[in-house]
Every structure is written in C-alpha cells, then in structure tokens.
Design a protein around this ligand. Structure first.
Ligand SMILES: [Zn+2]
Length: 220
C-alpha cells in the first residue's frame, strides 16, 4: 500500500518515490504526497519523474496515478514527485476555513443539515438543507470564524483508526472532527475569510468562503 506522506507531513511538496506497478498510463508508487479528489476537495496537480499526473483515484486503499506518458518507465525506478504547492496550500487554507465555518454554522443552527461541499483553490462552498435565508446569520458566523483564525489555534491531526485509515483533526477546546483531508498546523495560516450566501433552490442554502488575500500569511 502507498505510504501517504500527505498525512504524515502535509507541507511536503517534493519527495523521491519508487514506481511499484505500471499498467498502461497508470502507475502506483511506494510513497506519495499527491492528494486525490476527496471529500469535495479538488486533487493536487503535480508530476512524477517530470511527467504530468493527469488524474489520481483511489482503488481500495491504493492510489492509482494516471500519467500523461509512461514510455521508458520501469518498475523500481526512483523518481522525483512534485506537487503544485501554491495550489495545495490554497486548498489547505480553504479546506480548514470550511471546517471552521461548518462547525460554527452547526452550532448556530443545530437543526441544519450539510448536504455537500466543494473546495477549489480560489473558493470553497458548503451546501445545507435549511428553510431560512442564512443571510442574517452570516455576519455572526464570519466574525466567529475570523476570531478562531485570529486566535491562531493549534490544529492536531492523527489517526482515529490506523487499520481503516480513518483520520481526525482537533482544535483542543473547540472541536474534534473526523476527516481524511490534509490539514494546516495552525488556524492563523488561513489569514482572514469572507462569506457569501447563495440560494441554490428551495430549502437549500449555500455558504461560499473566500480568502482575503490581504491577510494571507505570505503578505503579512
Ligand atoms: Zn478536513
């Protein structure tokens, strides 16, 4: 099984990996940092041996990487694996922003039901079953999430079940939530967020989450 370094250290952007199997354009590797589409979060972009990864999907607990080109590759080759770090870090920041927005929203409206989520590098969204217009609650949710970010809490990530590869994140004193994502180390890395509400049909509400780039850790 592929060793999932994206969990052990989500901040790795370049490693060396060994090709384990080759089947047409599909390969498996012994260790990886390239995260697949999962939990609504878009996949990483990257390369293996300078060949573009055009897709990655899970097959059981194995990850299959589809390469643009496998000509000349052999099982046992040790190659550099690289991910687009700017993209991944944006995904990580928006992913954890969405985690905080979800937790705060669930506490603000205990009867609300999450029905979907999507994380892309420029925005995240969470969809809910909820009869009311969420607009009135949005400023309160935004303020509370920005406060949690400002307080720069430690985020712990660990296995809740190693055998089944179940993962959990925890902000001590705030929440402990099951999720197999790649999580930041501190809430402060998110910077600051803005929320927008959208109505996506009868009885459904969407919250869109945007990063305020003026508050990006890079610009501070
Ligand atoms: Zn998560």
């Amino acid at each position: 099984m592929t060793r999932k370094l994206f969990w052990e250290d989500p901040y790795l952007s370049k490693i060396e990996t060994t090709i384990k199997t080759i089947d047409g354009h599909r390969v498996t590797v012994d260790r990886t940092i390239l995260y697949p589409f999962s939990g609504g979060q878009e996949r990483d972009h990257g390369t293996i041996g300078n060949r573009e990864v055009t897709d990655v999907f899970q097959q059981g607990r194995e990850l299959m990487y589809v390469l643009q080109n496998t000509t000349g590759l052999r099982v046992g080759d040790i190659l550099p694996m690289h991910i687009d770090w700017e993209r991944r870090y944006a995904l990580m920041r928006l992913h954890f922003a969405a985690e905080l927005v979800l937790e705060v929203t669930l506490r603000s409206c205990p009867a609300i039901e999450k029905i979907g989520a999507h994380i892309s590098p420029d925005k995240a969204r969470i969809d809910f079953l909820w009869k009311e217009n969420l607009n009135a609650r949005l400023p309160g949710i935004q303020t509370e999430v920005n406060r949690l970010i400002e307080e720069d809490h430690t985020i712990l990530s660990e296995y809740s079940n190693v055998e089944n590869e179940q993962r959990v994140w925890e902000v001590p004193g705030f929440a402990r939530v099951a999720c197999g994502g790649t999580h930041l180390k501190r809430t402060g890395e998110i910077g600051r967020i803005r929320l927008r509400r959208d109505n996506i049909g009868r009885g459904k509400e969407r919250i869109e989450i945007l990063l305020d780039e003026a508050f990006s850790p890079r610009n501070r």
